[in-house]
Design a protein around this ligand. Structure first.
Ligand code: 3PG
Length: 412
């Protein structure tokens, strides 16, 4: 296949030192342990494909200030279990300790460096040329011959470790990045009745995706669930009740209500909100019609009438793109919405599920083979499907273009 970016097949990687940017950002439980390691497991084919290379793995876990912002030590241990070989974790990113570990390693070894977001320049969003001048890139790039990006889940970001090596080193995609791009490009083909189902708590991203896909005619309808739905219900003029406003306030989401209102007004009839919800009344599921709002209890799922209506739309769609759970599915009382909506997605002609929580639910339900593509990307998958710029993929394309121009100049 003719691609506008290089893949692993385009390089002779044997004996080379390869900087591999992976996506290991995983949900971490209250005990500090990784809850779901899908992203680590999905990177195994790439790492196995580098058996003749010295692999320098760089990745991030969460963001500064967040509870799950932690070291990569347990990620390295999980990877070790899956690749069945030793993974040398180094608690340093580009200091002398990290650089010595890279120099001392042999082809066939895997060195996993520390969380790249421990480094302050990493969290800046920079253009590749500026990112190439950051200290981390300047220290690590001279030690390697090739850069591979397998971090599809972070490819909507423009951070040093994602775009900074591409102007300097021959650069291409890992196998997971390639698989994600192929599957999601397929999802964009054809048209038909395309439905987006947006849930979970990433409200700002969901509003921007809703606007984008409806404006561009990518989706015919957007169904909202989860916290996203609560914001839309509030934006439609409903009083969702004190506990639910308090939740929005605590999570700095009340500012999204006017944005949701603007989108609702612009795309009248194309955004479908729940007609009933399940509230948590002293630990028990109680369903109420949204006309009965305000609720004195937290809304924790969509109700059965909504599940039936949304499922019907999803089953009859040509393509369904689903991101984020419909409710607090970890609690058995409030998991019905998430599970039934996912079951409906298995009946659509083409289905893509993205986001850590939704894909964990897919795995737990054992329906992975009935979903066309379960993406390792949450925000990245949804941005890709909404036609938004993907800086880390664009950086790989620019690297190939530069390489081709260089080859062209040499042969003329
Ligand atoms: C993700 O999980 O979406 C990626 O790892 C990016 O993380 P971020 O939203 O913290 O940039």
């Amino acid at each position: 296949m003719d691609r506008d970016y290089c893949t692993m097949d385009d390089f002779d990687l044997d004996g080379k030192t390869v900087i591999l940017r992976a996506e290991f950002n995983s949900p971490i439980g209250p005990d500090g342990k990784i809850l779901d390691d899908k992203r680590i497991r999905e990177s195994v084919p790439t790492i196995k494909g580098l058996e003749g290379s010295k692999v320098v793995l760089i990745a991030h876990q969460s963001r500064p200030g967040k509870k799950d912002f932690t070291t990569m030590e347990q990620h390295a241990k999980r990877l070790q279990r899956y690749v069945k070989q030793s993974v040398h974790y180094v608690d340093d990113i580009f200091g002398s300790h990290a650089r010595a570990a890279i120099v001392e390693a042999e082809p066939g070894d895997i060195v996993m460096l520390e969380n790249v977001r421990f480094y302050s320049e990493e969290v800046l969003e920079l253009k590749p040329e500026a990112a190439a001048k950051t200290v981390m890139v300047k220290k690590l790039a001279p030690l390697a011959q090739v850069f591979l990006n397998d971090a599809f889940g972070a490819s909507h970001r423009s951070q040093d470790s994602l775009v900074g090596f591409t102007p300097i080193l021959p650069s291409g995609s890992g196998k997971l990045m390639q698989k994600e791009i192929d599957s999601l490009t397929e999802a964009l083909r054809g048209g038909g009745e395309v439905v987006y189902v947006l849930g979970g708590a990433k409200v700002d991203d969901s509003i921007s995706v809703t606007k984008n896909v409806l404006e561009k005619g990518i989706a015919s309808r957007v169904l909202v669930t989860g916290v996203v739905a609560n914001v839309f219900l509030a934006a439609s003029g409903m009083n969702i009740g004190n506990p639910n406003y308090e939740f929005l306030e605590k999570n700095e989401l009340t500012g999204e209500i006017p944005n949701a209102k603007e989108v609702l007004q612009k795309f009248d009839g194309k955004i479908l909100m729940p007609s009933d919800v399940a509230i948590n009344k002293d630990g028990k599921r109680v369903e109420i019609n949204v006309r009965q709002l305000p609720a004195d209890y937290p809304i924790m799922d969509i109700g059965h009438e909504t599940i039936a209506n949304f499922s019907d739309i999803i089953r009859h769609s040509d393509k369904v793109i689903l991101n984020g759970p419909a409710g607090v599915f970890e609690n058995p009382e409030f998991g019905t919405g998430t599970r039934d909506i996912l079951m409906a997605a298995t009946k659509a002609k083409f289905s893509v599920v993205g986001g850590g929580h939704s894909s964990a639910a897919v795995e737990e339900m054992g329906i992975e083979d009935k979903i066309t593509h379960v993406s390792t990307g949450g925000g990245a998958a949804i941005d890709f499907l909404s036609g938004k710029p993907m800086p880390a993929i664009d950086a790989l394309k620019a690297a190939k273009k530069r390489m081709m121009e260089h080859v062209g100049a040499k042969t003329h």
